[in-house]
Write a protein that binds this ligand. Structure first.
Ligand code: ACO
Length: 325
């Protein structure tokens, strides 16, 4: 049975925060941010806008491009580390906005969330429970960014991307999948407070523990290694050569990470990798579906092209999917 991408969509909030704007907030400069990360600007949601609002906008577009109506969606998976609230899941809030009553849940695998969610959707479709699944990656990372910490606040942004996966009788467009994880690295990239271990208190707020903490150097090294390996593994599983691949759509964290992966794989980054982190920064679970939607909109990929999605994030978690768009 054939699983397909029926439609993709993306949405980012209109407010732009440039590197020059950041120079007024923390001790940093445009040149440092550009050369160390490749990021030029990012989008920030207005205070009254929550993750489900961004997710809804992206979802509407993906459903429309799939030539479906919201009622055709059988289930919703929302990948996010910035849900509107702990519960109910953001997936239900999006369903309400779409005007449908459907099962759904949020999946938390940090920046790998969309990729993990896509593998879950694939398994559901193969099992025959559902026919059309909406998978969303949506984040308002600006809410968990420490705007006093220059080592992290320059990296993140807000946005959402969505994909409708469907199943029919033709051969599957999902060619191979690969997932990995290492819980031993949890303290290299995490948000310490706000969960059951350290519930919100005056102390946690005072100590700025409700924000992303990251060991940038170690994260960088692992991201390069595991994303390179993941691409190699899915290529092998799907019997693909470099020439077969039209485009790699990597998690958009840092241009130097993407450059290093391209170098290890022995391909041209400009030719084979999609990059839009200059405009949006790192939007965690939203980064791959936003990039996928832009790759489609800009004509970088067309129907029939073979692409690889590859992610890395907190957990650590990582993975790749080889598919025919
Ligand atoms: N502006 C100016 N200087 C800065 C800034 C800043 N915004 N941030 C750090 N510096 C300084 C540091 O203080 C340090 O100064 P020192 O040498 O005097 O101590 C110097 O710059 C170098 O700092 P490093 O942290 O070593 O810089 P590095 O080259 O490693 O770049 C970065 C930092 C950009 C965070 C990089 O490590 C990185 O991209 N890591 C991976 C992060 C990542 O990909 N995360 C995403 C994966 S998971 C997810 O998406 C949630």
């Amino acid at each position: 049975m054939g699983i397909k991408i029926a439609g993709v969509g993306m949405y980012v909030p209109p407010r732009v925060l440039t590197n020059h704007d950041l120079e007024k907030i923390v001790e940093t400069n445009d040149e440092w941010i550009r050369t160390r990360t490749g990021i030029v600007e990012r989008r920030i949601a207005d205070p009254e806008v929550a993750t489900s609002d961004l997710a809804y906008e992206a979802a509407k577009i993906a459903i429309e491009r799939a030539n479906l109506k919201p009622e055709d969606i059988d289930a919703i998976i929302c990948a996010t580390i910035t849900p509107d609230m702990v519960f109910p899941a953001t997936a239900y809030l999006v369903a309400e906005k779409l005007g449908i009553k459907r099962p759904g849940f949020d999946l938390e695998a940090a920046c790998s969330g969309f990729l993990y969610s896509s593998t879950v959707a694939t398994a559901y479709l193969r099992s025959g429970i559902f026919k059309n699944i909406l998978v969303i990656g949506a984040e308002t990372l600006s809410r968990i960014t420490d705007w006093q910490d220059r080592s992290t606040c320059v990296l993140f942004g807000d946005g959402a991307g969505a994909v409708v996966y469907t199943i029919d009788d033709s051969p599957s467009d999902i060619l191979a999948m690969e997932l990995g994880g290492d819980g031993g690295c949890g303290d290299l990239l995490y948000m310490p407070a706000g969960g059951s271990k350290m519930p919100a208190s005056e102390e946690t707020v005072k100590n700025r523990l409700h924000f992303i903490k990251m060991n940038g150097r170690e994260t960088f090294k692992m991201a390069v290694r595991m994303m390179t390996e993941s691409v190699e593994k899915v290529m092998k599983k799907a019997n693909l050569t470099k020439d077969d691949i039209k485009l790699v759509i990597p998690h958009q964290a840092n241009i130097r990470i993407i450059d290093a992966i391209a170098e290890y794989l022995g391909v041209s980054r400009e030719e084979k990798f999609f990059v839009n982190l200059d405009k949006y920064g790192n939007t965690s679970a939203a980064s791959i579906p936003i990039a996928l939607a832009e790759a489609v909109e800009s004509g970088r990929i067309s129907r029939g092209d073979i692409i690889i999605l590859v992610a890395f994030g907190g957990g650590f978690s990582w993975g790749a999917i080889a598919l025919r768009y």
